[in-house]
Design a protein around this ligand. Structure first.
Ligand SMILES: NC(=O)c1ccc[n+]([C@@H]2O[C@H](COP(=O)([O-])OP(=O)(O)OC[C@H]3O[C@@H](n4cnc5c(N)ncnc54)[C@H](OP(=O)(O)O)[C@@H]3O)[C@@H](O)[C@H]2O)c1
Length: 285
């Protein structure tokens, strides 16, 4: 029984392949990648899989029983077509089950809504495909905040427009474990899970960072408009708007979702402090 993972060269895809190797061994896994050489380090069979090239997936999914489709990272309208092409190719190739990595978040009133809606579109497309399916709605990655720690320390604070809103965070390793379970266990078919830990405020995020990293940060809320301008000037229009839209979604309560992690993974999610310690120990090794 072969399990294929798309975008396996990326950080999430890599973590999922590693988790799967521990469960089923490398010979049962196929990594598909837009840039195959970027996935060679995984130690599993690599096949070409560019979301813009459906014909590549017609070949790549031959002999595959179960597919993990990782959401793309381009323009949201284009993502809908890319994901649909992969699902169509999966059905044509005789794939039995598709697991899709979706996202939690706002479907309106936020600049992040177009991204969330493109994910919801794919969820519906998959549910109507006739294939067996499972969907994970990923929480917000914790790692980018920790990778940004030097900037926060320079400013002495975490600044964004989330206000008092709560956000359900996760890490790629946590997601990888849950997806490995969802790919290899049948009880998840027909289920949609929020894959995240307990939702926290930015005040709690700052306190937890201080506890683990010995910093002395505080949280400063600012307006959505000001934060959008700041993000666009640092990251450009596309990414800046997405990032500020995520915090706008937190402010509006759209990232405050109950966790289904235990149902997906068969264990509780690691605590926020533990996730930070794991990041810290990996960064220092
Ligand atoms: N939950 C969150 O907070 C959060 C945050 C950011 C992103 N995301 C979503 O999670 C996904 C995975 O995240 P990540 O951390 O693994 O991102 P990442 O490390 O940046 O990896 C992105 C991957 O997408 C691949 N890719 C780009 N264009 C492609 C295409 N046309 N066809 C096939 N693959 C393509 C890249 O392949 P190459 O090796 O060819 O470059 C790379 O493997 C993202 O794509 C995005 O949808 C979620």
């Amino acid at each position: 029984m072969k399990i294929a993972v798309t975008s396996a060269s990326g950080q999430l895809g890599t973590a999922i392949v590693h988790s799967l190797i521990g469960l089923v061994g490398p010979e049962s896994i196929i990594a598909t990648a837009r840039t195959p050489k970027n996935a060679e380090h995984l130690g599993v069979e690599v096949r070409s899989g560019d979301y813009n090239q459906k014909a590549q997936f017609d070949l790549a999914l031959s002999g595959v029983d179960t597919l993990l489709l990782i959401s793309g990272n381009g323009d949201p309208e284009k993502r809908k077509q890319q994901h649909a092409s992969v699902i169509d190719a999966a059905r044509a190739a005789g794939v039995r089950k598709v697991v899709y990595t979706s996202i939690i978040g706002p479907v309106s009133d936020s600049d992040f809504a177009p991204i969330v809606n493109s994910n919801r579109h794919t969820e519906d497309y998959l549910k109507n495909s006739g294939l067996a399916w499972s969907i994970g709605r990923n929480g917000i990655y914790l790692e980018p905040d920790l990778e940004y720690l030097d900037h926060y320390q320079k400013d002495g604070k975490i600044t964004n427009c989330a206000g008092d809103g709560r956000c359900a965070y996760t890490t790629r390793d946590e997601l990888a474990y849950a997806y490995a379970c969802m790919l290899t266990q049948e009880q998840h078919i027909g289920q949609t899970y929020n894959l995240a830990g307990a939702a926290i405020t930015q005040y709690e995020l700052a306190e937890s960072i201080n506890e683990v990293f010995g910093t002395d940060l505080y949280y400063e809320p600012i307006s959505v408009e000001l934060y959008r301008q700041q993000r666009i000037s640092e990251l450009g229009e596309f990414m800046g708007t997405i990032i500020s839209g995520i915090y706008q979604g937190i402010r509006n309560g759209a990232m405050d979702v109950p966790s289904d992690y235990q149902k997906a993974a068969g264990r509780a999610p690691v605590s926020l402090l533990e996730a930070m310690r794991q990041f810290q120990s990996r960064a220092s090794s």
